[in-house]
Design a protein around this ligand. Structure first.
Ligand code: MN
Length: 342
């Protein structure tokens, strides 16, 4: 009951935010590379367009913030809306003269209060995709037929269980059908995601979007690479069965290891850590199905290791380590992790 009230509050506040966006003549929507972010961008695009706003899309991703900041300055739109993405401090400072709104569902970050900032987490401790919230808000703005986008977002943000979309074994049952979307957006830094948003905008059903994805030349190439690389990733596994922990070392031509992270964790129980060696830094993904808070563990690690930074959701986090001390960090992680699962 309490949850229902909070859910309603989160939704009402989101609708207020959207309403404030419809006042502008031109809006640029900035999205991340993942499916939820692309789906969110497409739902918001539909809503704003229908309400007379001139809307453009831009895809962002970590490592591209400087380029995109310059691009946005040149475009100089009346309003910038960032969906489902937590930008770096520098990005926010760089664009301090511009009119920015952030629509998000990650854990609240204080430094984002500098701009107009909305996260569902301020209203409800419920992990649901941003596209899920936008799908539910869309009806009020005269947009129907976007349930499939919210559903896709929930599937790839792995939060079906917190929504009406959940059924038993849904991840296993639908993996093959959903996988092409994730492969397409993860192969390139931003190109696949831009294409994904375009496909979402121009499709009126899941089936239509699916057909467009699987017949895309870039997708066909990426699928081949995915099949080859998956074998190596599985082979790299270091298992700690007594504490339900697996550590994977990823080597990939994909720009985002998330495609492997998702594919493996969706079929796993316990906690999975993925490490990608990017030469100048190590990239981490943490996932768990256990009742622990990964964000808290990462915050503790960041205090001990100044060259380590990370965050995200309780059960899914990303992090970066600038340096060589991976082993030391992993040992510390295992120590904190053991405390947390007790
Ligand atoms: Mn998301």
């Amino acid at each position: 009951m309490q949850k229902e009230i909070e859910k309603k509050k989160a939704l009402e506040a989101l609708k207020e935010k959207i309403k404030s966006l419809t006042k502008y003549n031109e809006v640029v929507i900035v999205n991340d590379y993942d499916i939820d972010s692309c789906a969110s961008a497409s739902i918001l695009w539909r809503i704003l367009k229908k309400n007379g706003v001139n809307v453009k899309h831009i895809t962002l991703s970590k490592g591209y913030e400087e380029i995109i900041a310059q691009k946005l300055k040149k475009m100089n739109p009346e309003k910038i809306v960032i969906v489902d993405y937590v930008p770096g401090r520098k990005f926010i400072d760089e664009l301090s003269d511009m009119n920015i709104t952030i629509l998000d569902h990650h854990m609240h970050e204080e430094f984002l209060e500098k701009v107009d900032y909305y996260t569902t987490m301020d209203y409800i401790d419920l992990y649901a995709a941003l596209s899920y919230w936008l799908y539910h808000a869309a009806k009020d703005f005269g947009i129907k037929n976007v349930e499939w986008l919210g559903r896709l977002g929930c599937f790839w943000d792995k939060c079906m269980e917190n929504t009406e979309f959940y059924e038993k074994d849904i991840y296993k049952k639908e993996m093959e059908k959903m996988l092409p979307f994730n492969i397409m957006t993860s192969f390139s830094q931003t190109k696949g995601a831009s294409k994904m948003v375009e496909i979402f905008d121009s499709s009126s059903s899941f089936e239509e979007a699916y057909e467009k994805v699987i017949s895309d030349y870039d997708y066909i190439h990426a699928k081949k690479v995915f099949d080859e690389e998956l074998q190596d990733v599985m082979f790299s596994r270091k298992a700690y069965p007594d504490i339900k922990l697996n550590i994977y070392f990823v080597k990939t031509r994909f720009k985002h290891m998330r495609v492997f992270v998702d594919y493996i964790t969706y079929q796993s129980e316990g906690t999975q850590v993925f490490i990608l060696n990017e030469i100048t830094r190590f990239k981490f993904s943490f996932r768990t199905t256990l009742d622990i808070n990964l964000v808290e563990i990462l915050r503790k690690l960041a205090k001990k290791f100044p060259n380590f930074t990370g965050g995200g959701h309780k059960k899914a986090c990303g992090a970066l380590l600038f340096g060589e001390n991976v082993e030391e960090l992993l040992n510390e992680f295992i120590k904190e992790y053991k405390k947390a699962i007790q």
